[in-house]
Design a protein around this ligand. Structure first.
Ligand SMILES: Cc1cc2nc3c(=O)[nH]c(=O)nc-3n(C[C@H](O)[C@H](O)[C@H](O)COP(=O)(O)O)c2cc1C
Length: 311
């Protein structure tokens, strides 16, 4: 159907990902949206395609010393260090809160060792409130674990296999780091080890120096760069990965508008995640969902699946 301005009106934004159907392809990037509670005043959580929670570990983590965030041109550097209250508080407080919403939940999992990842995955495997698990093997800000698992194909393969084995029927999405020579090789390793999907990119390691204080702007010295500054890198990597593997990809990295989201999907992403922009515009994700619909109507795209990987 078309309206008086010759715009298509009957559009479908549904996408399938690892056996689930999502009402639209938009989620939020882990760590930029709390566990949803923090943003529920700004965003109708039921409008999201899915909600991805902050990384959770087997036991509480304190995170890194402050300062741990700083602004950069078109982005931010962070070295939070995956501070979180641990899986038991997460289940009790955050999953219980999300139960009242009609939104599929993707839980982001972190660990210092394979056993720690396994413990979290095992704890969530039978929980009906969890749609999918996203395994963060890509955080540049913790001294032990995390990124090591995402930069060595053999370790990535091992953590993928072991999480897959504990996850029962929950899809396992491996979250990849851009801090590697060939992200396509890492994607192939995760796929071969049984990953049901991939998400990328995590932040790019960076550094900022306060020249007046002659100090690092972040206590950790280095931090992860996110925001519009990394968007072209993310688009390139999503394109490379989706041409290297057959499993679906959640694309993220600097998405700040519906146009950025569409671009990421045209590069090959089946779903997209909105990250850093949530800090400067807490309702950005709402505008992005609406803007995707407007783009479809304006350009005659009846089904969002038509644009996935058109290039
Ligand atoms: C403050 C902050 C905290 C983050 N915490 C996590 C996390 O807990 N787990 C994870 O996998 N990624 C985490 N990330 C990475 C984001 O999910 C995302 O991959 C990255 O920021 C790129 O997207 P963006 O440029 O849209 O923010 C974090 C990013 C930021 C800025």
């Amino acid at each position: 159907m078309k309206d008086s301005k010759d715009r298509v009106t009957d559009i479908s934004t549904e996408v399938g990902f690892a056996g689930h159907v999502f009402r639209n392809p938009v989620t939020v990037a882990s760590g930029t949206f709390g566990s949803g509670i923090e943003y529920s005043r700004f965003v109708n959580l039921n409008a999201l395609g899915a909600l991805t929670t902050k990384g959770v570990s087997a036991v509480p983590w304190e995170g890194n010393p402050t300062p741990r965030v700083t602004e950069t041109p078109s982005g931010m550097l962070n070295a939070i260090g995956l501070q979180n209250p641990g899986i038991e508080v997460f289940i009790e407080r955050d999953l219980s809160f999300l139960e009242d919403y009609d939104v599929p939940v993707i839980v982001n999992v972190c660990g210092h060792s394979i056993e720690e990842y396994e413990a979290v995955v095992e704890r969530l495997a039978d929980d009906d409130r969890v749609a999918m698990l996203e395994i963060n093997v890509s955080c540049p800000n913790v001294s032990k674990g995390a990124i090591q698992f995402g930069t060595d194909p053999a370790l990535l393969s091992e953590v993928t296999k072991r999480c897959r084995a504990k996850a029962k029927d929950k899809p396992v999405i491996m979250k990849l780091t851009p801090n590697v020579t060939s992200i396509a090789d890492m994607a192939r390793a995760a796929e071969a080890a049984g990953a049901d999907g991939l998400s990328l990119i995590n932040t790019i390691t960076g550094m900022k120096i306060d020249i007046y204080k002659r100090r690092f702007a972040i206590a950790n010295k280095t931090g992860g760069l996110s925001g519009p500054a990394i968007h072209p890198v993310a688009v390139r990597m999503v394109y490379e990965v989706t041409h290297a593997v057959d499993i679906p990809v959640i694309g993220m990295g600097g998405i700040a508008s519906a146009e950025d989201a569409i671009e990421m999907m045209m590069a090959g992403a089946t779903m997209i995640a909105v990250g850093m922009i949530n800090f400067t515009r807490p309702d950005a994700v709402t505008d992005i969902i609406a803007g995707i619909g407007d783009f479809m109507k304006k350009t005659g795209v009846r089904d969002i699946k038509e644009i996935i990987g058109v290039l």
